[in-house]
Design a protein around this ligand. Structure first.
Ligand code: COA
Length: 390
């Protein structure tokens, strides 16, 4: 070892087993003023319940981005700019998606969103974070462009021309684009509630991915592209799609116990249950659960709720596990007539508000995110050239 290499090695930090927490469980990995989970979930200090019941996604997105609730005039201006962004997705990006839709129409809408956001960064030549005002403007554009990309991808893969973006608040407009008809007031309300509940959740895996990318000095679109990739996984955002698959597989309440026991025997997790942070139940699942039961009974009917209630009872009895937000959200989306493949992309649309707020917070007080690892590989050994290895 050269003198300089040995000096570097001896001066480097090393981790001990006592520092280690698998999956960073329980580790405080940074500070945030955006969201807190102590006691209950709060966005910028506001209890989640009234925000969720009001169900106004743009109001909450503004709150997350700016730290304060908007005035009526601020909210109106914000809504207009976000809707304008939804109508102004770049032509070259849509053209590229059109070609991809023609070649791979069965590709996942999550992949289309990840690729679409990445392409938006390319056409905007987004190569480094700008100042706060520039980042806020980017966040507003992404909030509008992302649902528009999702709706465009569904049109293009179905061989339809891309329909115009409706003149409505973001939640109702997206619902109209996804179902092909304007939603009722009740439908728009519960959909808005899900968007608010999905909007933000401090250092979850996708947000942490976005902050890690931003901490390197990289750009907003790169951070968001990474976040979408992280959200896709079934242990995170992908769980809401899996929940509906689970309910469909079980079929009826009388089959629930047998199915759940099979999962336990095979050491498989049951999607929509458990949470890294909430060990006594997810406050969001409790809130949406009540609305969900009423809404589902009035639309797709009682059997789905009987089945869900039976699975919940068994999970509690057998593992003391309670549902997370994905458990009721998947049933609400199904009752709204939405195809399963858009469930996680809807989560992307909502979480865009939290992600962009976190990127702005990270950039505003940055330090490179670079933890240590606990080495568990071979002891030091000597290199030999290929010819000497036999
Ligand atoms: N089904 C069955 N068992 C579960 C479970 C589930 N959904 N969630 C947790 N468990 C079990 C674990 O396997 C573990 O069992 P063990 O002690 O015998 O190994 C025990 O409960 C404790 O789990 P914990 O360490 O608290 O979980 P975690 O923090 O590592 O994981 C999740 C959290 C979310 C990844 C996990 O609960 C899960 O996979 N849930 C299903 C996917 C899902 O719904 N994701 C969306 C989250 S919002």
């Amino acid at each position: 070892m050269s003198a300089s290499a040995s000096m570097t090695a001896s001066a480097s930090m090393t981790a001990s087993a006592s520092d280690f927490a698998k999956g960073l469980a329980g580790i405080v990995a940074g500070q945030t003023a955006i969201c807190s989970l102590s006691g209950t979930l709060r966005y910028r200090g506001y209890d989640i319940e009234p925000l969720a019941l009001a169900g106004d996604f743009e109001e909450v997105a503004w709150l997350l981005l700016h730290g304060e609730l908007p005035t009526a005039a601020e909210l109106a201006g914000f809504r207009t700019r976000v809707a304008a962004a939804a109508r102004e997705v770049s032509g070259p990006v849509l053209a590229a998606l059109e070609r991809l839709a023609a070649t791979t129409p069965a590709a996942s809408p999550m992949d289309a969103l990840r690729t679409g956001v990445s392409m938006l960064g390319l056409v905007e030549q987004d190569n480094a974070p700008g100042g706060r005002a520039a980042l806020l403007a980017q966040a507003e554009r992404l909030l509008g462009q992302t649902p528009a990309l999702l709706a465009a991808w569904l049109d293009l893969t179905a061989g339809r021309p891309v329909a115009p973006w409706p003149d409505a608040p973001l939640g109702a407009a997206l619902l109209e684009r996804l179902t092909g008809r304007p939603p009722s007031a009740a439908e728009a309300a519960i959909f808005g509630t899900t968007l608010v509940l999905y909007a933000e959740h401090e250092f979850n895996a996708s947000t942490f991915a976005a902050r890690t990318v931003a901490s390197t000095g990289s750009d907003m679109h790169s951070a968001i592209t990474a976040a979408i990739g992280a959200l896709k996984g079934p242990l995170h955002g992908g769980a809401n799609e899996k929940v509906l698959e689970v309910l469909g597989t079980i079929g009826t309440a009388d089959r629930a116990r047998g199915w759940v026991e099979e999962q336990f025997a095979a050491k498989r997790v049951v999607m929509g249950f458990g949470h890294r942070v909430y060990k006594d139940g997810d406050v969001r699942a409790k809130l949406l659960g009540e609305l969900c039961r009423e809404f589902v009974r009035g639309t797709v009917g009682e059997p789905l709720e009987q089945l869900a209630a039976e699975v919940e009872a068994i999970m509690l009895e057998r593992k003391q596990l309670k549902p997370n937000l994905d458990w009721p959200a998947a049933r609400v989306y199904h009752a709204l007539g939405l195809p399963v493949k858009v469930f996680t992309p809807i989560f992307v649309v909502a979480r865009m508000s939290g992600w962009t707020a976190h990127v702005i917070e990270q950039v505003g007080d940055n330090r490179l995110i670079r933890p240590l690892s606990l080495y568990v590989g071979p002891d030091p050994r000597d290199y030999s050239p290929p010819a000497a290895r036999g």
